[in-house]
Write a protein that binds this ligand. Structure first.
Ligand code: PDD
Length: 303
């Protein structure tokens, strides 16, 4: 180990306050030693899918919808599930336990396995590869959240199957970096017709002047976010008006409120879109109501 890698391992464990354990193809390994083969098809072709599950108080939030979406992504990619759901749930719990994870994230990745590099699928005997890692995450406090974040808008240059949660994320990586360099927290992706599809790793929402929640309808143009579905369920339960339809950048910029959702962002107020301030530049009341309700749900209080 070089001095540099030794330092980064120390910094890593300091940052997370634990020694991390990863699950890799049947074994639990110290995070720094966990690795996959150079001919893993995920590494060579981005031929795989993933899920990110929020962990709150040691509990997996919306575990079943995440595993359902994972099964769907696998089906669409024609990758065999690496194991049945019951043993997979046990692996997830074992990763939580070994990492003593209270609040954080579980990352699951399945690829088409290890095979000599060739574009078509490897032979049927090649098992898919499964990796599960854990990461600590501080839950958001309301006061910081109220300040909101800015988003930039950029062209959506992704492929036409954004409903599959594939690990091929280069457009999202470039978009998120562009947002960071612009001092924004996310980039909203804009289709050729001027409508917002979603964020690079989040779903996009606005609240209209009439007080209706709007988020794009699910299709192959966006990922059907688990947090999105949960927030819609919360809205339904609380009798809030909502519409699932596309909206343009202009409509978003003149909206009363805007926010985004994901397993890692929760319900996050958006207070600026490009150079336009949204509302009074602070999180709006609908957004904060949904933030509170979602956090209650995540903490296990139900909705
Ligand atoms: N991203 N849209 C995209 C393109 C995403 O990548 C994600 C999730 C979402 C929100 O989905 P969910 O509510 O199920 O997290 C929407 C994860 C968190 C990521 O890439 O890290």
């Amino acid at each position: 180990m070089t001095a540099r890698t030794r330092r980064s391992v120390v910094e890593q464990s300091k940052g997370t306050g634990m020694s991390r354990i990863a699950y890799v193809n049947g074994t639990y390994r110290p995070h720094r030693e966990a690795s996959v083969h150079v001919e893993d098809r995920g590494y060579q072709f981005a031929d795989g899918i993933y899920e990110v599950v929020l962990v709150c108080g040691g509990r997996l939030v919306d575990e079943e919808p995440h595993l359902d979406r994972m099964d769907r992504s696998l089906r669409e990619m024609r990758i065999e599930p690496p194991m049945a759901r019951a043993p997979l749930r046990l692996v997830l719990r074992e990763v939580l336990r070994r990492n003593r994870l209270h609040d954080g994230l579980l990352y699951l990745q399945v690829t088409r396995g290890v095979a000599r590099r060739d574009h078509p699928f490897p032979d049927a005997a090649t098992p898919p590869a499964l990796v599960v890692t854990a990461k600590r995450l501080a839950l958001p406090d309301r006061e910081t959240s109220e300040k909101g974040i800015g988003v930039i808008t950029i062209p959506d240059i992704r492929w036409e199957r954004c409903d599959i949660k594939t690990i091929a994320l280069v457009p999202s990586v470039l978009g998120k970096q562009q947002a960071r360099e612009a001092g924004a927290g996310e980039a909203w992706l804009v289709a050729d017709d001027g409508t917002v599809t979603e964020g690079t790793s989040t779903n996009a929402w606005i609240v209209t002047g009439e007080g209706a929640l709007v988020t794009r309808d699910t299709s192959q143009a966006i990922l059907a976010g688990v947090t999105r579905a949960r927030v819609l369920a919360i809205a339904r339960m609380n009798g809030l008006e909502f519409e699932e339809r596309p909206f343009t950048v202009e409509e978003a910029q003149s909206a009363r409120e805007a926010f985004l959702t994901s397993a890692t962002s929760f319900v996050k107020p958006v207070t600026r879109i490009d150079d336009r301030v949204i509302g009074n530049g602070r999180a709006g009341s609908f957004t904060l109501q949904l933030f509170d309700a979602y956090m209650d749900h995540a903490r296990g209080a139900g909705t």
